[in-house]
Design a protein around this ligand. Structure first.
Ligand code: ZN
Length: 307
């Protein structure tokens, strides 16, 4: 099955400063890795578009959106929270992040492209952005916006979200928690940033998997199978969205987990195994991943396993 790779050039204008871990080289490293592996030539490469405002306003308040427009700087950069820099081109990049995700969604659901599988290389990422708050490098919650568009514009009733980033997808749960149209499976180092929305039992549609610092391949894979496998089968999703963060890798400087390249291949294979028998579309959206070499290799392993 051919995979589509969506990205956009406007992210280059999201300057985050010399010392910030979330920068344009991340997407460049992924692209280089895909080319070096030979995978690039097998992918449909598609340029994304800007967001439609109604899509953003399903997940975020109007006031929050207007506030971002008002505070965007004309030069240099400001910080919208302690971790999230905003440059003159950041808001446009964030709008392209959202728009590229929703475009990919429309494509995989409309069968306009001859596959049901897409990977969206975006920045800024999204899963820490809450209903009315920027957080953790994120302005708009790309995956929650995509999920809400799938439910409300495409009328899907069961949408699974798998978040294997090393950090809790607090924003996604803030927006979609206790909404039965969504099943959210999130694995993350605990206790760790962002230290919110991590409780088990507080949300009836969330399966949080806490990972001790140092967790490696075998323990991780067993937890995925123990906590998510049957739940995902029973939920029988019509669409699987993935918050694909690669910062649980052993080499990543932003977390203390010990996954290997091969674990991302295993995850891709496991997700494809849930999707392909019933022809369920899969849309994977980039979140974290800050060691450039490990990020590139892990994305190659993940996409290869889904082909
Ligand atoms: Zn992360």
């Amino acid at each position: 099955m051919t995979t589509a790779y969506y990205t956009f050039e406007q992210h280059f204008a999201h300057h985050t400063g010399d010392d910030h871990p979330e920068h344009a080289l991340r997407l460049m490293a992924i692209e280089q890795g895909l080319k070096q592996s030979g995978l690039w030539d097998t992918l449909d490469i598609i340029q994304g578009t800007a967001a439609h405002e109604p899509d953003i306003l399903r997940a975020h308040t109007h006031g929050y959106y207007e506030q971002l427009k008002l505070i965007q700087p004309e030069q240099g950069h400001i910080y919208v929270d302690e971790d999230t820099p905003m440059a003159p081109g950041s808001l446009q990049a964030a709008l392209y992040s959202v728009g590229t995700c929703t475009q990919a969604l429309d494509d995989v659901l409309a069968h306009q492209i001859h596959h049901h599988n897409a990977f969206v290389g975006v920045r800024p990422p999204g899963h820490h952005a809450e209903h009315n708050k920027s957080k953790g490098f994120c302005f708009f919650n790309n995956i929650a916006i995509t999920a809400l568009r799938a439910a409300e514009a495409h009328h899907l009733q069961r949408i699974a979200i798998v978040d294997f980033d090393a950090h809790q997808g607090n924003g996604t749960i803030d927006i979609l928690g206790n909404d039965q149209r969504f099943l959210i499976c999130s694995s993350f180092q605990h206790p760790f940033y962002p230290n919110s929305h991590y409780q088990t039992g507080r949300y009836n549609n969330v399966i949080n998997v806490h990972l001790d610092a140092g967790t490696g391949s075998e323990v991780y894979r067993n937890k995925v199978l123990e906590f998510w496998d049957e739940a995902l089968n029973n939920f029988a999703p019509e669409l699987i969205l993935v918050s694909a963060g690669f910062d649980a890798h052993r080499a990543d400087p932003m977390a203390e987990l010990n996954l290997e390249d091969e674990d991302y291949g295993w995850l891709g294979n496991w997700i494809a195994g849930k999707a392909q028998p019933r022809k369920v579309p899969v849309l994977s959206i980039l979140e974290g991943g800050y060691d450039l070499n490990a990020l590139a290799r892990s994305v190659v392993a993940y996409i290869s396993a889904m082909q």
